[in-house]
Design a protein around this ligand. Structure first.
Ligand code: NAD
Length: 320
């Protein structure tokens, strides 16, 4: 299979590419990474890979000519490319619409014209909104609350339309909050870890009562590979980690690993429109594709902390 990975220089996409090259995900003959290298993407996430083990192209998923040319020579596309930080979507939503909506439609159109066999869109559980009890299945309505999640939900609907209208093999994954090495230090876990390494306090939104399900990036990528290789056309698959924590519980677990207490927390004004709870059911992908999250949260957190301690040269320039 010749695979085009868009957004493959970011946190999750680069993890997926590293797992192909190290043989964890077999059967991919050729990998091309297309990435715009925004503030969130860096070639440092791929520089440890052997030369010539993949092809890299710097470019935008909204560039029709480029995406058309690339679609001609690939069998499948996985789209990780996105503006991905909710806070940034609150201060300026335009880039989110351009990349997450128009960019996805541009990719789908090129894939359709050039008969790309399979298209996997990486989405998010945030498209479902917020849930006070129980967990979302893939049948739940889309009720996004932030400009970020609204842009992702829009892309999900456009994906659906390309399947229903043109019969394209489009598959959508909706995952919970990822964590692990190489995550840009604006997201909560790497922000808190790096602040503590720098002997700073950690900023906690509101009362810290928002609940998130945590998914190790290796588990997420394992689920995506299952969807790419064995998923069904037109289907949506939730991918969760099965570990829900309030932000305050999460913060205390991180503080504990650094031998610090709650005096290192700085409570800050809550995020506008902050969803209270996300909870995703991954029953479908478990039953149909045998997916199971393998990384215990405490172990994954410890490994992630060690990685940030040992890779200051990666994150310090990004935090400036
Ligand atoms: P990220 O911000 O780390 O990486 C995004 C990558 O996309 C970057 O390398 C960036 O340069 C690239 N990019 C952005 N705009 C582009 C464009 N127009 N053309 C080409 N490349 C472009 O994001 P991530 O955390 O790796 O997330 C990957 C995907 O997973 C996203 O679609 C995101 O919505 C989704 N997701 C992430 C999480 C999470 O917890 N990180 C949770 C749910 C869903």
């Amino acid at each position: 299979m010749r695979l085009l990975v868009t957004g493959g220089a970011g946190f999750i996409g680069s993890n997926f590419v590293r797992r192909i090259i190290d043989g964890t995900f077999p059967g991919i003959g050729h990998v091309t990474v297309l990435d715009k290298l925004t503030y969130a993407g860096t070639l440092k996430n791929l520089e440890m890979l052997p030369k010539n083990s993949f092809e890299f192209i710097k470019g935008d998923i909204s560039d029709s000519g480029l995406v058309d040319e690339l679609s001609k020579r690939h069998d499948a596309i996985i789209n990780f490319a996105a503006e991905s930080h909710v806070d940034r979507s609150i201060t300026g939503a335009r880039d989110f619409i351009e990349t997450n909506v128009l960019g996805v439609q541009n990719l789908l159109a090129a894939a359709l014209t050039n008969e790309v066999k399979t298209f996997v869109q990486i989405s998010t559980d945030e498209v479902y909104g917020t849930i006070s009890k129980g967990s979302w299945s893939e049948e739940f309505p889309l009720l996004p609350n932030s400009p970020y999640s609204a842009s992702k939900a829009s892309a999900d609907l456009i994906c659906r339309s390309y399947h229903r209208t043109f019969g394209m093999d489009v598959r959508v994954t909706r995952c919970s909050n990822n964590y692990g090495p190489y995550q840009f230090p604006e997201k909560v876990i790497p922000l808190f870890i790096t602040n503590l390494i720098e002997n700073k306090k950690v900023p906690l939104y509101g009362k810290g009562l928002n609940v998130r399900d945590w998914l190790h990036v290796d588990d997420h990528c394992q689920g995506i590979f299952a969807v790419l290789t064995a998923g069904k056309p037109g289907n949506i698959y939730n991918i969760g980690g099965g570990r829900e924590l309030t932000n305050r519980e999460l913060t205390n677990l991180i503080l504990e690993k650094f031998g610090r207490d709650e005096s290192s927390i700085e409570y800050v004004a809550d995020r506008l429109g902050h969803d209270l709870r996300y909870s995703v059911s991954h029953e479908k992908i478990t039953q149909e594709l045998g997916y199971q999250p393998k990384v215990r949260f405490e172990d994954g957190l410890e490994q992630t902390i060690e990685w940030y301690k040992n890779n200051e040269s990666w994150w310090r320039p990004l935090k400036k």
